[in-house]
Each structure stands twice: as C-alpha cells, then as structure tokens.
Design a protein around this ligand. Sequence first.
Ligand SMILES: *Cc1c(COP(=O)(O)O)cnc(C)c1O
Length: 384
Amino acid sequence: MPFFSQARSFTELWPQISEHVNAVFDRGKYSHGRQVGQLERAVAEYTGARHALGVNSGTDALVLLLRAAGIGPGDEVIVPAFTFFASASAVSMAGARPVFADITADGDYAMDPDSAADLVTERTRAVMPVHLFSQLAPMDRLQDLARRHDLTVLEDSAEGIGMRWDGVHAGLLGAGGVLSFFPTKTLGALGDAGMILTDDDDIAQQAAILRHHGRMGKTLDHIAGISNLSGVSGTNSKMDDVQAAVLLAKLTRLDADIARRRQLAEAYDERLRGQPGIHALPRLVPRPVRSDPVFYVYLVEVEERDALVEHLAARGIGTETYYPRPLHLQPCYAGPEHPEGSLPVAEQACKRTLGLPFYPDLTEEQVDVVCGAIADFYAGGADR
Ligand SMILES: *Cc1c(COP(=O)(O)O)cnc(C)c1O
C-alpha cells in the first residue's frame, strides 16, 4: 500500500478531467490560458479571496507573495523551524533572512508566538505562520504579536485548502497566503502548480506583474496583451492549463474528499488510541473561535521510528517522515546563533513524527492493515 495514491479517484473523475483537458487542446493555449483563469475564479469563490493568482508551484507562490508584499534584502521574516523547507527558502529567495522560531508544545506543530516574540528586531518585517497537517496555527496570538510590533502576517497556507478560522479561509487572515497543488496535497494536480491568495489589491497587482517577468500590464487577470516593458525584475511562473484542467475537475469533489479524510482520520484514531509505542495522535487544539480542520496528513509521533518505518516497508506499507530535520539545523541555515538544542520542541518533533498512508482512496480495511502492522511491531520485541 503506497503512502499516497489517487489512481481510483482519477479513474472516476476521468470524464470530467478529459473534458477540461480537451478544451485546452482545442484552444491551443497551454500556459495561463482560459482554464487557469477559470480555476482562479473557482478558487477565489471557494476561499472567498478577492484575488487568486495561479503560478507554477506553492514555493513560487511564497516567493512572489513575499516580494509582492515588499519583503526583500535587509528584512527579517520569522518562520517556524518545523515545516517544509520552502517556508524558509522562499524568504531567502526573496532576498530576506528567515529567522527561526520554535513550535508550540500543544500538538498543533505551529509557530509558538512566545518564541517568535523573542526574535523580533528592528529589521523584522513579517511573521509567516505555517498551517501544518490538519489545523490552523494559533492565529489570534500570532496576529496580536504582529500588531504589537507592526509586522506583516504572510501565511504559508500551502497545506491549508479548506481550513478556516472563524469562517475566514487560510491565507486570508493576514496580508496574503498561498496554496500548493502538489499531487499529494488535499487538492493536488498531476505535477507542480500553486496559487497566491490575497484580499490586498496592491499585493495582487504586484504579484501578477512579478509572475510574468515584471511586465507592466493593466489588469490582474490577463497576461495576454501586456506590454513588453519590465518595471521590476520578475520571473516566469505561470500555471499550466493542463494542471488547471485537472484541478477544475477535482475541485468539484474537494468537500467530499475533505469529509472522507476526516472519516479516515477517525478510523485511525479509533484503532491507534492506547497503542503502546505511539506517543501522540493528531490532536486538534481548541481555538477561541470556530476553526475548521482539514486532515491533509495523518501524523503520529512514535518510538523507534526508523525501525518502525522499516518494519512497515517490509510489509509494503509506505510512510513519510514530516519533517526529518528542523530548518535551523539544515546545512544552509545552521549557525552558532541557533545550535542543536536551541529549539527543542521542533527538534523533538523531527525525531518522532511519521505520516501514515492517507488519501481519500484509502479504505478502512487498509487502515486495519496499517494499524495491525504497527501493533505487531510494538508487540514483537526482540523477535519481530
Ligand atoms: C507543499 C508545501 C510547500 C511548497 O509547495 P510546492 O507546491 O511543493 O512548491 C510549502 N510549504 C508547505 C508547508 C508545504 O506543505
């Protein structure tokens, strides 16, 4: 059983997908064409965003969002140490410096506002909360922090589609956010694609210019017809229409997929509760307002992770380690200002966390198989 598969839903959705893909071929515009525009409008409607801009990946969306928000050389951006590499590398790519905060000990794997507060200097321009795995970061406390120090809030909401805080979609709680449509994500394409979400007209305008070589145009949603004059040095980060076509079809069942993910998370919870060797199951930390979770990953904390991974692999069960190394200890970011041991909660999470097979096509029987194999491992002792 693979860690991720969408073979069955893909087959079911094929009639809709092929209709959209054929429309791309008929029209002959394969990049930032009609399907991309349609997807941008559909995602704007789904999320409530004033602007949704399709780009090449979630990583590009972060870089362009940061640049469009005016973050650049000389600026510092506070990011959590426990997250996907791109949360920090995007800050570096924008020319600014990522500064690493620890995560909370609550079980939400989110940036700890107290740790972040200690890192604010006169160069700090923004905080970038990351919404990981199943729920939003503590946005009330992070927004308080930003207000106190006059910082911009930019969300790495790459995993956040469908997550809402008091009705507001992830990515729209501060100045802007992003979505990743990497294949394994809750809404996944068949390759790379991403989006910038914002309610801010200036950020949207600037991001639209930056994604197309900095070319100055009149409108946000139409690259065609733009003049050839570049006011800033931008990049080429457009979305492919074939990816947009796939995503348009998959968007129609996103809410059903999210509900199915929730069922599967409950099925895992039920079978793993009390299981020796498992330190923690995904925990939804109470929030001061209604916060809608979405299980993107089913993440447990385990003892003897490497041996367990091997045991499961030998039974054909795929797993994924989220994230094996905290960002402040990555070779490119390591330094005496944050040695090993300085961000203990993030460091411990990196040693214990494990993602189990999790996607809407998974069956309860497969969940049984995974949990049975885990039970065998911890019951087996020396002769497993
Ligand atoms: C997936 C992801 C990204 C990057 O998105 P890509 O589309 O893979 O470039 C960034 N941040 C987080 C937290 C992610 O999970």
